[in-house]
Design a protein around this ligand. Structure first.
Ligand SMILES: C[S@@+](CC[C@H](N)C(=O)[O-])C[C@H]1O[C@@H](n2cnc3c(N)ncnc32)[C@H](O)[C@@H]1O
Length: 261
């Protein structure tokens, strides 16, 4: 499948971004509302987050945790490193990354949704995470300097982007040579039909924009990143609609590690 042209032709990118922003505004403001997907601490623990890490970060961030996997073992963050979290949401992954890189390190969380950014920033300031900075922006074009970060992380986000090849090129651009892209995301085993990829609600629920796994890995490689690890995650959608699509098209969560050559 042609990665960019086909996707962008089939979907109204502007309408889609509005729909995604509206859904993740609700995730920030009303995490106990009704969604196609699970959120919160029980999910994070089941995916593999260490309870001790979760105890050390703001619990309100975890309430709005909408990640789909765990990849911190792949990321292997070290003290003093610079990390960029693409689609940082209410902050769970950027706060966990901040624990790993410590006061000598730095974490930049990028998100396009005002309510998510405002919540993450409020929690950051209250908890004194001096090594975290939240920036309003798009993961396709972060505005960060080229070749400046040790690791790019992301959880449940890139499936929401219509132009995934741009996101992977941006990750490769901001990474230092030898830097790591470690992420969890939703992909599919078979190509989704247009009825699903053009359904903005299923898209915003992390299903409609999911790319076929071989195409996803090829897009990462085309950006100049060598994929070294891939694993399936114990992640399930909760609405009947979402579960039906999951069964039919092999929608699933994977974590992976890729290295900038
Ligand atoms: C499923 S949530 C995951 C948030 C966070 N990683 C977590 O695990 O809780 C997706 C987040 O990505 C953000 N997002 C989606 N597409 C984006 C884009 N193109 N640029 C910036 N942020 C985006 C949304 O605003 C939302 O906060």
């Amino acid at each position: 499948m042609a990665i960019t042209a086909d996707f962008v032709k089939r979907v109204d990118v502007v309408a889609l971004k509005q729909k995604v922003k509206a859904m993740y505004r609700d995730v920030a403001l009303d995490p106990h509302g009704e969604f196609h997907f699970e959120m919160g601490r029980a999910l994070a623990e089941r995916l593999g987050y260490a309870p001790a890490d979760l105890d050390a970060i703001p619990s309100e961030a975890i309430d709005s945790f909408a990640g789909v996997g765990h990849y911190f073992d792949f990321a292997a963050l070290e003290s003093g490193e610079t990390v960029v979290d693409l689609g940082s949401g209410s902050g769970t992954d950027s706060f966990v990354a901040a624990l790993k890189v410590g006061p000598a390190g730095a974490v930049f969380g990028i998100d396009m949704t005002d309510a998510q950014l405002a919540k993450a920033e409020r929690l950051r300031a209250a908890a004194g995470f001096e090594n975290v900075t939240y920036i309003k922006g798009y993961i396709e074009s972060t505005g960060l300097l080229a070749g400046t970060c040790d690791a790019v992380i992301s959880n449940g986000v890139i499936n929401l982007a219509p132009e995934k090849d741009k996101v992977f090129r941006e990750a490769a651009r901001i990474l230092k040579p030898g830097g790591r892209l470690a992420l969890a995301d939703i992909v599919t085993e078979t190509q989704l039909p247009q009825g699903i990829t053009c359904d903005a609600t299923l898209w915003a629920a992390c299903i409609g924009g999911a790319m076929q796994i071989d195409d996803y890995l090829a897009a990462i490689a085309a950006a100049g990143l060598r994929v070294t690890q891939v694993k399936d995650n114990p992640y399930e959608f909760i609405s009947a609609n979402a579960q039906g699509a999951t069964r039919r098209y092999g929608v699933k969560s994977v974590s992976l590690l890729a290295i900038k050559e």
